[in-house]
Design a protein around this ligand. Structure first.
Ligand code: C2O
Ligand code: CU
Length: 494
């Protein structure tokens, strides 16, 4: 096993050398034209219907992110960041061929979907990484309706913020009746004055603090701002699928002048309810589906504002046109739930996960490769900054010591205790879990999620039934934290 690690480091070094290769075009022909100007409603690219297998090419290309100056070199799927939206109907079989035209190895993970373990896209854990020039076929039945996304799980702290991410939508058998559907992918990127990406990926300072934040917030791949307009007609009802694909940043979104209904978290339907306190927290990796009713009159406009960084207007909702209906609709009906086995807390096995570390972290001790060190030494010697249950693991170690093991069908609770001064969006692969409590306060809806935000010094209680056999990642979705030690696995034994 030790040897495997060394071999891995060697091959990682080889891949780094390959960065010097001339840039590889994505192979999809001419790059998609950059979406110009203000309208965003239809900006996300789609794929031709019925293609099988769907081909996703991870490659190097250029994209207009800022309105002025040169285009930005990005890594992207099929020539655009975000990549094409993959659309399925619940029960379909996804057949996707990933071609790697990057100067690095990669994989693709289908965030949130309960796929068989071998299709989960985690390098060294569920598959060998896809070499430059290589391909990998992903094929699985799409069991769960909802809003999901895809991204590499290899060096994700670099590959995702470079532009490799896309939305994956699974339509319900009985879709929510709305006039229109709108997809928003929020992310950020770090651009220099000449619009090139600042290539400072993998800094221990970012690993050990709040993660690498960009200086340009993007909406569907181009700079967000009040000039980005969502045009609504009075009375119109839209379903907004919202994804935070940023590698570290969280958003706290307010739709001024509106009272949207939350209809699902991470693709899992909830009883439609207004946004608590009017501000929607969207941690890295999370999704929320909203139903927005056009309560404004023609000619009016309203800001969509992020409150996380002092109030930044991401977009404007602008009204025009004839009213769609005389009166705004009332609360939407709930969407039918996906199939979930209900955890029985009375017979659940209890597990815990304790997080420690970070740069201003209190003295913490953890093990790396079986050796106990304090957090300063862990940072200096291993470039890791966090521990989970007193161990720090390399992102792509091939010998993850699982955090815990479960038998198939076992009912489990996990209490996560955050002994750090930073928030962490924790993501479990292969399963959804009920969020029972945050900071020891019971949640009202006990919502199903795959990614949950835990406050600094806070805690979170979750429960689920271990149904999906295999070794599954359990990690922070601040991708710099994941690479900095907050990347573990849990095992469901068949
Ligand atoms: Cu969105 Cu382990 O991933
Ligand atoms: Cu974290």
């Amino acid at each position: 096993m030790r040897l495997a690690r060394r071999e891995f480091l060697q091959s990682a070094g080889a891949a780094l050398g390959a960065l010097a290769l001339p840039s590889v075009s994505s192979g999809t022909g001419p790059l998609a034209p950059s979406p110009a100007g203000g309208s965003i409603c239809t900006a996300l690219p789609a794929l031709p219907a019925g293609a099988s297998p769907i081909e996703l090419v991870a490659g190097v290309c250029r994209q207009r992110i800022r309105a002025t100056g040169p285009e930005t070199p990005v890594w992207a799927f099929n020539g655009t960041a975000p990549g094409p939206t993959l659309r399925f109907r619940q029960g379909d079989t996804a057949d996707i061929l990933v071609r790697n035209a990057l100067p690095q190895v990669t994989t693709v993970h289908w965030h949130g979907l309960r796929v068989p373990n071998a299709m989960d896209g985690v390098p060294h854990v569920t598959q060998p990484p896809i070499a430059p020039g290589g391909t990998f076929g992903y094929r699985y039945r799409v069991e769960d309706a909802g809003t999901y996304w895809y991204h590499p799980h290899q060096s994700s702290f670099e590959q995702v913020p470079r532009g490799l991410f896309g939305m994956l939508v699974v339509e319900e058998r009985k879709p929510l009746p709305v006039d229109r559907e709108v997809l928003w992918v929020l992310a950020d990127c770090k651009l220099a004055d000449d619009n090139r990406q600042v290539e400072d990926f993998g800094r221990i300072l970012d690993f050990g603090t709040e993660g690498r934040h960009g200086n340009v917030i993007t909406l569907n791949g181009t700079a967000a701002g009040p000039h980005r307009r969502l045009e609504l007609r009075p009375g119109e009802r839209v379903r907004l699928r919202l994804l935070n694909a940023a590698s570290a940043r969280a958003f706290l979104v307010e739709f001024t002048g509106h009272a949207p209904w939350i209809v699902s978290y991470d693709g899992q339907p909830v009883r439609p309810h207004p946004v608590p306190d009017g501000r929607l927290l969207l941690g890295a990796g999370q999704r929320t589906d909203l139903v927005i009713d056009g309560t404004g009159a023609a000619g009016r406009s309203f800001a969509v504002r992020d409150h996380r960084r002092g109030g930044f207007d991401i977009a404007t909702i602008a009204y025009g046109g004839k009213p769609v209906r005389p009166k705004v609709l009332s609360r939407p009906a709930a969407i039918a739930p996906n199939r979930h086995a209900e955890p029985d807390l009375g017979r659940a096995t209890d597990h815990y996960l304790v997080f420690e570390g970070g740069v201003k972290g209190a003295p913490a001790i953890g093990k790396v490769d079986g050796k106990a060190l304090d957090i300063e030494e862990i940072m200096a010697r291993h470039g890791l900054a966090w521990t989970m249950n007193y161990t720090a693991q390399h992102e792509h170690a091939m010998m993850h010591e699982p955090l815990f093991r479960m038998r198939k069908g076992e009912h489990v609770t996990v209490k996560m205790i955050n002994n750090t001064d930073f928030e962490h969006p924790m993501h479990l692969h292969g399963h959804f879990f009920r969020v029972l409590a945050l900071n020891d306060v019971a949640t009202r809806l006990r919502e199903w999620r795959d990614t949950v935000m835990i406050d600094p010094r806070g805690s979170c209680d979750i429960a689920f039934v271990a149904e999906n056999v295999g070794e599954w990642m359990f990690h922070c979705h601040i991708l710099d934290h994941a690479a900095g030690g907050m990347m573990g696995t849990v095992v469901v034994e068949g």
